[in-house]
Design a protein around this ligand. Structure first.
Ligand SMILES: Cc1cc2nc3c(=O)[nH]c(=O)nc-3n(C[C@H](O)[C@H](O)[C@H](O)COP(=O)(O)O)c2cc1C
Length: 484
């Protein structure tokens, strides 16, 4: 592994999609490798919110009455073992729903928006979820696409070789590129991490031993899912247990209908990281010995939303900084910093996790965070803001993807921990050019993702059950609402 190159592959995409104060976020950089002929948010090119399959394919309807393991969210996030539940259609459906199910709907600009259980940058929800099943009671062995609206499995391919039932996440660049252009490629990995945090928590709470893999043979996973490698890419795998994942294609998969727009820079960034073998799962981290009381995981997931307004005057107890960070960082080796605005017994300032005692930079930073987060009020109003960033040394075109996904995973876990303990959270984007100076790091620092955690100014309505999403009104942020 060398030092990431910034003039090709993922590094080039990172550079050309970096935000700075000199350019509006929705204006492409002056480089011909970016598309300049597309209008963001053009109703003419709006992609469908889910993949469509024109063919008549076999459907397995999943039970809408979800099993309830009843394990507290904090116990799951702490990594405490949970009793093994049978892996049947209902349990698989529960795991899929708690990651990708439609939990809320809202009207925006005359369109019906579908909000999924796990958040997504700008609510673009670019991910698709497949399950390659092996021995799941009530589900034929095969490769299935999860239909998040009907809560059903649509069989797109024959049974795969391998033993462990495996969930495969893919990303459709144009679904997020429609709003965020080529930077949307980063968003796919953020969102995949956020999704993985919920899928793996849901699986762990049913004793299903989730194993995340991000190193795999891309061509094999494309064949398995029908992702074409231009308009849809495989991003991550989650297997149940330690047997070899069921990902050896048994035959071709049905190709669904994908949005026809290509962002060539995303294609080359993705291709630069292509690999040909299956890697080991992400390491299992030891469980945290302590975990505060909380409602059960399923309740916390449907309650979760991205808080749009936080109470700047309210503070969080130190325990709501320390414990969520410890839980979110289990097994993660990407560096994280914390800007503390309002936490009891922790002086405002910038800290490098895990040291919460000596700020690298003491003093109030609300205004600076607001500026660095494109005037989005949450960054100044939160109790604290967590920042994932990594030096380019040691990154390559593949591990860059992993670093983005790890940052998303931490964001997702922080979100669950915050909501489990009565706080709120939101993912947050940033001006890349301003982060190295904030953190006192070299200019080539690769900034990954911000997460705001704070006290909510309102309470969201909980999401609904499979097939019965809650209808909500969209709450907008105080500033910068156009960006989310
Ligand atoms: C990776 C990521 C980045 C996000 N960035 C921002 C942001 O910059 N500003 C913001 O207001 N919300 C941000 N969000 C919150 C999304 O807008 C929110 O997840 C989406 O609207 C779906 O709503 P929900 O999370 O309430 O279901 C982000 C979310 C994620 C997962």
């Amino acid at each position: 592994m060398g030092r990431m190159q910034f003039d090709s592959g993922a590094g080039l995409l990172h550079t050309l999609t970096s935000y700075s104060p000199e350019r509006e976020w929705d204006v492409p950089a002056d480089d011909q490798r970016l598309r300049h002929d597309l209008t963001p948010n053009d109703p003419e090119t709006l992609p469908s919110p889910v993949k469509d399959f024109a063919q008549d394919l076999p459907v397995t309807v999943l039970p809408r009455d979800l099993p309830q393991p009843g394990i507290s969210a904090t116990a799951v996030l702490a990594g405490q073992p949970a009793p093994a539940q049978p892996l049947d259609a209902a349990q698989l459906g529960r795991v899929l729903f708690l990651g990708g199910g439609v939990v809320r709907t809202a009207e925006r600009n005359g369109r019906r928006m579908l909000f999924r259980a796990a958040g997504s940058a700008g609510a673009r929800f670019p991910l698709e979820i497949y399950a390659s099943t092996a021995g799941v009671a009530g589900v034929p062995d095969g490769v299935h696409w999860y239909d998040p609206i009907a809560h059903a499995l649509v069989q797109v391919g024959p049974a795969a070789g391998g033993a462990a039932t495996t969930i495969i996440t893919t990303g459709i660049p144009w679904r997020t590129g429609w709003r965020y252009a080529e930077r949307g490629w980063r968003h796919m990995y953020w969102d995949a991490g956020t999704l993985m945090s919920q899928l793996s928590a849901a699986a762990a709470s049913a004793g299903l031993q989730p194993r995340i893999r991000t190193l795999f043979a891309d061509a094999m996973l494309r064949e398995l899912t029908g992702a074409d490698g231009v308009h849809e890419h495989p991003l991550a795998l989650l297997s149940f247990g330690d047997q070899p994942p069921a990902v050896q294609p048994g035959g071709p998969a049905a190709a669904g209908t994908l949005p026809p727009v290509e962002l060539p820079l995303c294609t080359t960034a993705q291709q630069a990281g292509t690999r040909t073998s299956l890697g080991a799962p992400w390491p299992q981290a030891p469980a945290l010995p302590d975990f505060p009381a909380s409602p059960d995981l399923d309740t916390v997931i449907v309650r979760r939303g991205s808080q749009r307004r936080m109470d700047r005057k309210a503070t969080l107890p130190r325990q709501l900084l320390d414990w969520p960070l410890r839980a979110a960082m289990r097994g993660i080796d990407v560096a994280h910093w914390i800007v503390v605005h309002g936490v009891d017994d922790v002086a405002p300032g910038l800290y490098r996790w895990p040291d919460l005692n000596d700020p690298i930079r003491p003093g109030p930073l609300r205004d600076e965070l607001l500026r660095i987060c494109l005037d989005q009020s949450l960054a100044g109003d939160a109790a604290y803001v967590v920042i994932a960033a990594t030096p380019p040394a040691g990154l390559d075109d593949r591990s860059y993807r992993d670093a983005q996904l790890a940052a998303g995973l931490v964001e997702g876990r922080l979100h669950l921990a915050a909501y489990a303990l009565g706080a709120t959270a939101s993912g947050m984007t940033f001006l890349d050019s301003e982060v190295p100076a904030l953190l006192g790091e070299p200019d080539d620092l690769v900034t990954l993702l911000f997460t705001c955690v704070g006290v909510g100014s309102y309470v969201s309505r909980p999401g609904g059950a499979p097939g019965a999403p809650t209808q909500v009104a969209i709450v907008s942020t105080r500033h910068g609402g156009g960006l989310r």
